[in-house]
Write a protein that binds this ligand. Structure first.
Ligand SMILES: Cc1cc2nc3c(=O)[nH]c(=O)nc-3n(C[C@H](O)[C@H](O)[C@H](O)COP(=O)(O)O)c2cc1C
Length: 332
């Protein structure tokens, strides 16, 4: 238990720390979240989960919502387009004991936004009001929201932030891009500052935090309560320990790589665990700079031992970040 005073509260939940791993479909599963939490991410958000999947017999939600006690506070993120369905799903997952329920209002994927979920919700303020009103009345735990700036023709972030607060929302996370910007273009930190000045509930700023120095810069510029990091953390989970990638000792890279791979295999089984780890290995070892051919080789199916040997060869030979990495990955 931390003896430092909390950085901020999500209603009555103390949050120790001001840097948080972003929810990321395909990335923020238990193995990666637990790595980031151990390195200093202040809390955990699950990947987003479709409320229709929760209300069906699908096994997917249980996997996505798996967490361990050390990760608390844990936020389950849901998406849907119908306030009653979202409520039913939120109630249905209460037995898994999340600390917080978050509503995704930012996903720009066509399959999500077109049905009025994700960023599609930001065109329907009334739907958002109903969702927060129903959930905050029915749930004992806090309900939070993650938004974008809206659509290019309807940048509704200020209105939506107010609606979330007025209907009982306990926190708002702002990814400072519009739907059309998707993940490109500069994030608009002025908009985060606007939201922060409009609401009393805590605000998490998100977008374009890649380096340790960006954390303080965003906080200072926007006055946000905490900073959320997505892609920058995939490339460098040590950012939660306030280390830029070129400051991370080789031994630390190896240690995390091994621990993450082992957890992936434990969580997904041998074959899936290995397969799903490859995208992380490429990032950890900064293999983006390697040739397409070499990367394809890595992504090819191969048994675990062979995979580790192969990674070792690359690791031994590659000029990574301007230096030769000569260590080997010993075990998984
Ligand atoms: C691969 C990927 C998956 C994502 N999945 C989710 C998700 O499930 N829920 C969510 O709220 N945002 C999701 N996002 C958005 C991130 O949480 C974050 O808002 C966005 O990446 C901007 O932050 P960044 O510039 O630090 O990456 C995803 C982003 C990426 C790159």
């Amino acid at each position: 238990m931390s003896i430092t005073s909390p950085t901020f509260y999500i209603r009555d939940i103390p949050i120790h720390g001001d840097v948080i791993l972003a929810p990321m479909d395909g990335y923020s599963d238990w193995p990666f979240r637990s790595v980031c939490r151990a390195l200093g991410s202040a809390m955990s958000y699950t990947e987003f989960v479709d409320v229709e999947k929760i209300l069906s017999r699908s096994k997917q939600p249980a996997k996505k919502f798996y967490f361990e006690e050390a990760e608390r506070p844990v936020t389950f993120q849901l998406y849907g387009d119908d306030p009653d369905q979202i409520l039913e799903a939120a109630l249905k997952v209460q037995h898994l004991k999340p600390d917080i329920i978050d509503i995704n209002m930012g996903c720009p994927a066509k399959t999500v936004a077109r049905r009025g979920a994700g960023v599609g919700m930001m065109r329907s303020p009334l739907k958002i009001a109903k969702t927060f009103k129903k959930l905050t009345a029915a749930l004992e735990i806090p309900v939070t929201g993650k938004i974008r700036l809206g659509w290019d023709d309807c940048p509704s972030y200020k209105l939506i932030a107010r609606i979330v607060e007025e209907n009982g929302g306990a926190l708002i996370a702002v990814h400072a891009r519009t739907k059309e910007q998707r993940y490109a273009g500069e994030a608009n930190w002025d908009a985060i500052a606007e939201v922060k000045s409009l609401v009393k509930i805590p605000v998490i700023g998100n977008g374009d935090v890649r380096k340790v120095s960006d954390i303080a810069r965003m906080k200072q510029y926007t006055k946000c309560d905490a900073v959320m990091i997505g892609r920058g953390a995939i490339a460098n989970p040590w950012i939660f320990s306030r280390l830029d990638r070129d400051q991370v000792p080789r031994e630390a890279v190896q240690e995390v790589l091994r621990a993450h791979l082992a957890r992936n295999i434990q969580f997904y089984g041998e074959a899936d665990g290995r397969r799903l780890f490859r995208k992380h290995a490429i990032q950890y070892l900064m293999m983006q700079s390697l040739s397409r051919e070499t990367r394809k080789q890595i992504l090819r199916e191969r048994p675990a031992e062979e995979f580790v040997t192969f990674i070792n060869q690359i690791y031994a030979a590659a000029q990574v970040g301007g230096e030769t990495i000569g260590d080997t990955i010993k075990t998984v």
